[in-house]
Design a protein around this ligand. Structure first.
Ligand SMILES: O=C(O)CCC(=O)C(=O)O
Ligand SMILES: [Mn+2]
Length: 329
């Protein structure tokens, strides 16, 4: 019979890799998948016309790069979908969050913004009475991306925008507060790069590490819709310049007829790009309700501890609190 020794708390495989990549100095990044050197090509649907793509500020779908990962059906990584620039100014009516301590300016304090059905970090729920109209331009853009990935009926109903700096991270979590999981999560990233860890259906499964660069879109659907994931680290864009080159030009003034992209002043564009010299912005767009579905009359949706909540979802160096993600720095 084997000897029974003291019980040692075992760090699970996900936490271990999270801590490994969280280290800013000396972490070996050679195992991190980079989609700029393609992995498995994914098929896109031909449902998005060039005209609709153009109206959303997108390249024709046939010019996008679409990649997947072995073992992760439903995960699609999209590159080269934008001609060169993005509209930095999305969002009108928003809820904004920030950490409690110091920083100097409101912009430096900003950690997240919610859109549409505003995610409640405490209850981990969306509700009918905490809602503002979802921005039309972002809804159209997300709809075209969803459609290209085979989700023609996707409705953008909620968005969480995360604002990261070089010392920020996003804790291990799964996005399950939406009531309809048959629709994808569509995640747009701008500015500096990050490492994204994509795990399994259980929190302790070892994740795959991949880079997310400015202009990448990640779609999580089907099997991959409810996988654990995290951002252990934000790091400079690989081009070695303050700003990735796709963001370096001025905002386009020659917008096509019927464009959903609003013109942006040079001043606003400069402010956005300056912010992105040292920051990363991610917008993850969600459909909350199935067609015809409404919110339950009262709280029957408790999912236990494994969902997102602001204070520990955003994390800092000194603590990694799982289960309740959100960025700290
Ligand atoms: O920043 C990212 O790439 C991921 C964001 C995310 O997972 C979320 O908002 O739920
Ligand atoms: Mn998430």
């Amino acid at each position: 019979m084997a000897a029974v020794g003291p019980v040692v708390a075992r760090e699970d495989a996900f936490r271990k890799l999270f801590r490994f990549y969280r280290r800013r100095e000396g972490a070996d990044l050679t195992g991190v998948i980079d989609f700029s050197t393609p992995v498995v090509t994914s098929q896109l649907s031909d449902q998005v016309s060039d005209q609709d793509a153009y109206r959303a500020g997108l390249q024709p779908v046939k010019q996008w790069g679409a990649y997947g990962l072995k073992g992760y059906p439903g995960e699609v990584h999209l590159c080269r979908w934008s001609p060169s620039k993005i509209n930095g100014a999305v969002s009108t009516q928003v809820s904004k969050g920030s950490r409690k301590q110091e920083p100097k300016t409101l912009l430096e304090k900003l950690r997240w913004v919610t859109l549409g059905y505003h995610y409640n970090w405490d209850s981990k729920k969306y509700s009918a009475d905490h809602h503002t109209p979802f921005p039309g331009d972002l809804a159209f853009l997300s709809g075209q991306v969803a459609s290209a990935c085979g989700f023609q009926s996707f409705q953008a109903e909620a968005g969480i925008l995360n604002y990261y700096h070089f010392d920020s991270s996003l804790g291990i979590h799964v996005d399950e507060s939406e009531l309809d999981h048959s629709q994808p999560l569509i995640s747009f990233s701008f500015g500096q790069s990050s490492i994204f860890l994509l795990g399994g259906l259980k929190q302790d499964e070892a994740p795959t590490a991949m880079f997310i660069h400015s202009g990448d879109i990640m779609v999580m659907s089907g099997f991959s819709r409810l996988l654990y994931h995290a951002i252990p680290r934000v790091l400079p864009n690989p081009e070695g310049r303050a700003l990735p080159s796709c963001l370096e030009q001025t905002f386009p003034t020659d917008l096509p007829d019927g464009s959903v992209v609003d013109p942006c002043s040079e001043e606003d564009w400069q402010a956005c790009t300056k912010y992105l010299h040292t920051s990363r912005i991610n917008m993850t767009i969600r459909q909350v309700l199935a067609v015809g579905q409404s919110f339950p009359a009262e709280s029957t949706m408790d999912k236990g501890p494994d969902t997102t909540s602001s204070s520990s979802y955003h994390q800092n160096d000194s603590k990694i609190k799982q289960h309740k993600p959100h960025i700290n720095s």
